[in-house]
Design a binder for this molecule. Structure first.
Ligand SMILES: Cc1cc2nc3c(=O)[nH]c(=O)nc-3n(C[C@H](O)[C@H](O)[C@H](O)COP(=O)(O)OP(=O)(O)OC[C@H]3O[C@@H](n4cnc5c(N)ncnc54)[C@H](O)[C@@H]3O)c2cc1C
Length: 369
């Protein structure tokens, strides 16, 4: 019997009692409808890189999505719409788009996982995320079994979240359509949106790099932090970043020393009410104190609270990555409970030191954090 320990990058989790792999979308649709008619206890599985599961046997149905296929749907000259089935490997897909001469995904090189799951938490890195390029998804809705196209604006894509992550939309992503931009002969990347990436390339924010160089640099920077899956890197036996970067009111952010990394969040644009009689549009109300929100670095808060890279609880198989304080790694033989215990310890320690309670990023099943 297969187990989550074999199918997740954290390598923890109990046996799966009802395992259903699907390699074609047709079989996936038929299989999901049959399973849903019999049971409400099911979950979709991609490549298990954002999933931490408890050690008890999982009694529900697991639909393992291994469907493949990439098609160019529409090419207008200015934009190319490319569709990929949900089970395609994300990084292979990114490499494919670059090889096809289109840009828009290169900053997201090296993120583990499947194309279908990229929607769930609106995967992002280096100033970019998939909300910028997703047009729509091919979706099998639960529990009706209706198959429909869901446009990007219905997905509530936000910072590591979506309507699928919050549960407002339930079902299976069967495929994703992206709108990408053809590169001209200069083969330049999209404008660089991350200071860290720009610095690594010896360029400035907003500059463009040769697209292959941009991808290689992203992969190199990610690998230096244990963020590229590699059998040679024990720090990549993880779920990536274990905690979300907290977003706090500005008055909380300024209570930390100036070296604390922080990013001002763009305020949500207010809906503009346009009078139909042609009179002037009223000025928006001034921003109230407390409206300005700031994103802090969870990794910085963890180290500030006294937990160092490599930190582990006595006798535990789980530890903070030796390269990046934001990742919890399985150092060998960790149980799901080892991971959860360390996560709880981090939440409490950071909470006591800073008053900020970190929230896990991965999907947690059968464990309390
Ligand atoms: C080393 C490492 C680095 C990482 N770096 C990043 C990063 O830079 N940025 C980032 O955003 N993430 C990062 N992650 C997290 C992870 O790679 C992404 O969240 C990825 O999209 C998960 O894909 P998956 O196929 O492995 O999903 P899984 O882990 O299999 O599933 C995740 C969730 O999505 C659901 N799901 C999966 N497929 C579908 C589907 N087709 N339809 C409906 N629901 C589905 C599952 O039920 C589960 O709830 C990293 C992870 C690791 C291990």
């Amino acid at each position: 019997m297969t187990s989550f320990a074999e199918l997740t990058t954290m390598r923890v989790g109990g046996v799966i009692e009802n395992y259903h792999p699907f390699t074609s979308t047709k079989a996936l649709v038929a299989g999901a409808k049959k399973i849903w008619a019999a049971s409400d206890d099911w979950m979709a599985l991609g490549s298990g890189s954002n999933l931490v599961v408890g050690d008890q046997p999982y009694v529900g149905d697991v639909l393992h999505i291994k469907t493949r296929g990439v098609t160019v749907k529409k090419a207008t000259g200015k934009k190319v719409e490319i569709h990929a089935e949900a089970g395609e490997d994300w990084d292979n897909f990114v490499a494919h788009t670059i090889a096809q001469g289109v840009r828009g995904l290169e900053a997201l090189s090296g993120i583990p996982g499947t194309v279908g799951a990229c929607v769930i938490q609106n995967i992002g890195a280096y100033g970019s995320d998939v909300s910028e390029t997703i047009v729509s998804i091919d979706f099998l809705e639960y529990p009706s079994g209706n198959r429909r196209t869901v446009m990007a604006d219905e997905l509530a894509l936000g910072l590591r979240t979506s309507a699928l992550k919050t549960g407002d939309l339930r079902g299976i992503v069967l495929g994703v359509t992206f709108s990408l931009e053809p590169v001209d002969q200069s083969r330049e990347s999209s404008p660089l949106a991350s200071e860290q990436l720009a610095t690594a390339l010896g360029l400035s924010l907003g500059d463009r790099a040769p697209i292959d160089v941009a991808r290689d640099t992203v992969l190199r920077v990610r690998a230096s932090k244990g963020m590229v899956l590699s059998p040679d890197d024990p720090d990549s036996v993880s779920s990536g970043s274990f905690f979300l970067n907290p977003i706090v009111p500005e008055r909380v952010a300024v209570s930390f020393s100036p070296e604390a990394p922080r990013w001002l969040m763009e305020p949500e644009p207010e809906a503009v009410v346009v009078p139909l009689d042609g009179s002037d549009v009223p000025a928006p109300p001034p921003m109230a104190e407390g409206d300005v929100m700031v994103k802090l670095s969870a990794a910085w808060l963890i180290e500030y609270s006294g937990l160092h890279k490599g930190f582990s609880l006595p006798g535990s198989g789980a530890a903070l990555s030796s390269k990046h304080a934001l990742a919890i790694v399985n150092t060998g033989g960790a149980s799901g409970e080892d991971v959860a215990e360390l996560a709880r310890y981090i939440v409490t320690t950071v909470g006591n030191a800073t008053g900020i309670y970190l929230v896990p990023e991965p999907n947690i099943v059968g464990l309390e954090i």
